[in-house]
Design a protein around this ligand. Structure first.
Ligand code: BGC
Length: 756
């Protein structure tokens, strides 16, 4: 149906328009009956529906309708599977349609800067490319059911400590390369109906009133077409927020801020056109939902099975020294309360009221010989001698022990951060005790973010189940017993210990959090530092093996408008069917600036029968090679050589090739008296004049030098010193006059601007 939005807006009163820009209550937007503007509802999100009826709250305290809890983002991202994420999105979209929910509040794509962030379980990855691809697929899935999404929390909301007031102090290159791209990719590949701005400030300005963020970057640079809503209670100052591009305040302020808007229009401090524009954006999305509302048939039973399948495709096998899969003829001891009551979701606004759950114990295959011992209290850190003794005995009497370890609910949640990265010490202690009597010990982990694994060299198997959603327990059993071949890979690095993390010294302190590690987040840091890690980014085992071969590029040299196709073959060399996640990283060899050793720029998940070979082709373009130059105000890839790395994880590179980029683009060079000769020699436009000048100086330095002097300062040393010599030094070292130096600066400026 066509709606003349401008006409509708012209018929609204000023008060109605201001009112449209804030919620009716916790979950509804306002309606205007006389103009036929319908009331619509939004709901959390992100991994299932949390639709509350009355007594709404944003912290997950009050009940919501029964729904299906799909795997939270920490696990789902490990699938590296765009199609699967699309399916998960459309299942949630169908549930939302059937329940009259117009916008699902998700996905949440903040980068995992530190393992301590209490909300990491809701976020996808430490890598912006992976987070963006997964988010876009999920959004396209939800929106294919004509239900909107609200990608959140925009931006740089990477901790819970002081989340509503603190300022994330981040330089622009880091924002553009690390903290923005997941949002940017989502806009460009999926155009989410709405954006949710974060609570925090960015470099001293609240996200909710940050014009650069909400208008210049989001709409100007990326082309976002929907409306921006605030996180719940994120509005600091309403009128500046509206001017900055924050269209909808949620949940509202009891009319206070609406009155501020009315007052500002009346006293002339707010241009009414800005208000009209916000209302238009909101109305467009309301009608996009209302006009396409098609009540859906769905069964929670079927979605439960879908949730299990997603969990099975995502769990990560970290270690297997020949102990898995389990065999039903073996006597197995399941130890730990999580075997009976798995921890499968996190606390806070994403908490789903599940219609059903499946534990590992509930889901045993027929004839499995499994005994169970609780071992430790799953909800707190307390070593219980009686529980432990029974567990040790069960382990001793079995052929293998599987310990279901993990973080209690109180250890990680929305609203606060962890203070350490350890499992409860009672669990670590029990694992060591069991290892004394049972060498064939396997640990299954239930956690939303990495933990330190002090026993990882002693146990024979580790399955990272993360938080698996309501059917996660069934997925664990099916992987343990080999009904499913594990195929997830880590979407984040597991460092050996917390203090190895690059944000360790600067995380979560005071009202200003300085992101001093800059672009070196996750493997970008660990790999560049060549630091040992427990398990690298992109790592995960299978019950089969894969061989990589035959790497070829469709061109050896590309221009900045070309696409490059990278192809290679992948073969299942084992005896069972399996799936391999292949990754493509790029290493910049041009030396144009400091960059991480490698950056993920492509991935695929490939399903292979035993002995089968498939060819994978990944497409790259100029942006794949580029970094963000604040000098240029744009993405930039220097001409020169780049390494293409085809890998099974960030630390397991299987195939290598090089490509040369040819480009006429150059970085702007602002020449002044402190510009060095080295900089001028490396800029293609000033190179020729600079080298000539450098040679003249070198010749002057060498001429007439005594043997002793040549020994003291070699030609190489002279060259190196000239590299760092600013133009102003020409006066001191070459006898150049002030006028001559000014003339040279002018000549260089003209060359740098391309005027020579
Ligand atoms: C959370 C959001 C959530 C909102 C509504 C806020 O506290 O940060 O992620 O969507 O509440 O529940």
């Amino acid at each position: 149906m066509e709606h003349d939005l401008k006409k509708i807006i012209s018929q609204m009163t000023l008060e109605e328009k201001a009112g449209m820009c804030s919620g009716l209550d916790f979950w509804h937007l306002k309606h205007v009956d006389r103009l036929g503007i319908p009331e619509v509802m939004v709901s959390d999100g992100p991994h299932g529906l949390r639709k509350q009826n009355d007594k709404g709250d944003h912290l997950g305290m009050n009940d919501s309708i029964k729904a299906v809890c799909f795997p939270p983002a920490c696990l789902a991202a490990c699938s590296f599977d765009r199609d699967l994420m699309h399916e998960m999105g459309s299942a949630i979209g169908r549930e939302a349609q059937a329940n009259d929910v117009s916008v699902v509040l998700g996905p949440a794509v903040n980068i995992k800067r530190s393992p301590l962030c209490g909300r990491n379980f809701e976020y996808y990855s430490e890598d912006p490319y992976l987070a963006g691809e997964i988010a876009a697929a999920f959004i396209n899935g939800v929106q294919s059911e004509h239900v909107g999404t609200s990608i959140k929390h925009f931006a740089a909301n990477n901790q819970e400590y002081h989340r509503m007031s603190g300022s994330s102090e981040v330089d622009e290159r880091t924002l553009r390369e690390i903290y923005f791209p997941a949002f940017e990719t989502a806009v460009k590949k999926a155009q989410p109906y709405t954006f949710m701005c974060s609570y925090n400030q960015i470099n001293g300005t609240f996200a909710s009133e940050n014009k650069w963020l909400l208008t210049d970057v989001l709409r100007g640079d990326w082309g976002f077409e929907g409306y921006v809503m605030s996180d719940w209670g994120a509005v600091n100052d309403r009128v500046p927020g509206l001017i900055a591009g924050l269209d909808l305040e949620m949940p509202g302020s009891g009319g206070f801020n609406d009155a501020e808007i009315v007052k500002a229009v009346k006293d002339g401090s707010l241009d009414e056109a800005i208000l009209d524009q916000a209302v238009e954006r909101i109305l467009r999305i309301i009608y996009l939902y209302a006009d396409n509302h098609t009540p859906q048939e769905f069964t929670m039973e079927a979605d439960h099975e879908e949730a299990r399948r997603i969990a099975e495709e995502s769990m990560v096998l970290l270690k297997n020294d020949g102990v898995l899969p389990l065999n039903p003829s073996e006597k197995i001891a399941f130890i730990g309360g999580f075997a009976k009551n798995p921890r499968f979701q996190g606390g806070g606004s994403s908490h789903i009221n599940c219609f059903r759950t499946a534990s590992a114990l509930d889901s045993l295959p027929e004839h499995a010989q499994v005994t169970y011992a609780e071992g430790f209290p799953a909800d707190r850190d307390a070593y219980d001698e009686t529980l432990a003794a029974a567990a040790i005995k069960a382990a001793e009497n079995a052929d293998k022990a599987v310990i279901f370890a993990g973080l209690p609910d109180s250890f990680e949640s929305e609203g606060y951060d962890r203070s350490h990265m350890q499992l409860p010490s009672c669990q670590n202690r029990l694992i060591s005790e069991i290892l004394k009597v049972q060498p064939n010990t396997i640990v299954v982990l239930h956690n939303g973010s990495p933990v330190e694994l002090p026993w990882r060299h002693e146990v024979k198997g580790i399955l990272e189940a993360y938080l698996g959603g309501q059917a996660g327990g069934a997925a664990v059993t099916r992987i343990l017993f080999g009904a499913v071949n594990p195929s997830g890979k880590l979407a984040e690095t597991f460092p050996e210990k917390l203090s190895d993390n690059p944000s360790y010294l600067f995380f979560g302190d005071g009202d200003k959090v300085e992101y001093r590690e800059g672009i070196y987040v996750g493997y970008r840091y660990y790999d560049t530092k060549e630091m040992p890690v427990a398990y690298p980014f992109g790592y995960g085992l299978s019950y089969t093996t894969f061989a990589y071969s035959n790497l070829r590029l469709d061109k050896e040299t590309m221009t900045d408008s070309d696409t490059l196709h990278v192809s290679f073959d992948i073969t299942n060399t084992g005896s069972v069917a399996g799936k391999e996640i292949v990754q493509l990283y790029i290493r910049d060899l041009t030396g144009s600036t400091k960059r991480p050793l490698k950056e993920l720029k492509g991935f695929e998940k490939v399903s292979l029968e035993p002995g089968e070979t498939k060819t994978v082709t990944i497409e790259l373009d100029y942006r794949s090679f580029a970094w963000y130059s604040t000098n240029l105000g744009d993405w930039y890839a220097a001409g020169g050589s780049y390494e293409i790395q085809v890998a099974s994880s960030s630390r397991d590179i299987r195939l290598l090739a090089k490509v040369t980029l040819k480009t006429a683009r150059v970085l702007p060079l602002h020449v002044h008296k402190n510009t060095t000769l080295g900089e001028l020699c490396r800029n293609p436009r000033t190179k020729e004049i600079a080298e000539k000048l450098a040679n003249q100086i070198l010749a002057g330095m060498g001429a007439g030098a005594s043997e002793a002097a040549s020994e003291a300062i070699s030609d190489e040393m002279n060259t190196a010193m000239i590299d760092s010599m600013p133009l102003r030094a020409l006066r001191s070292f070459t006898g150049m006059s002030g006028e001559e130096m000014d003339g040279i600066i002018k000549q260089f400026r003209a060359a740098a601007d391309g005027n020579v």
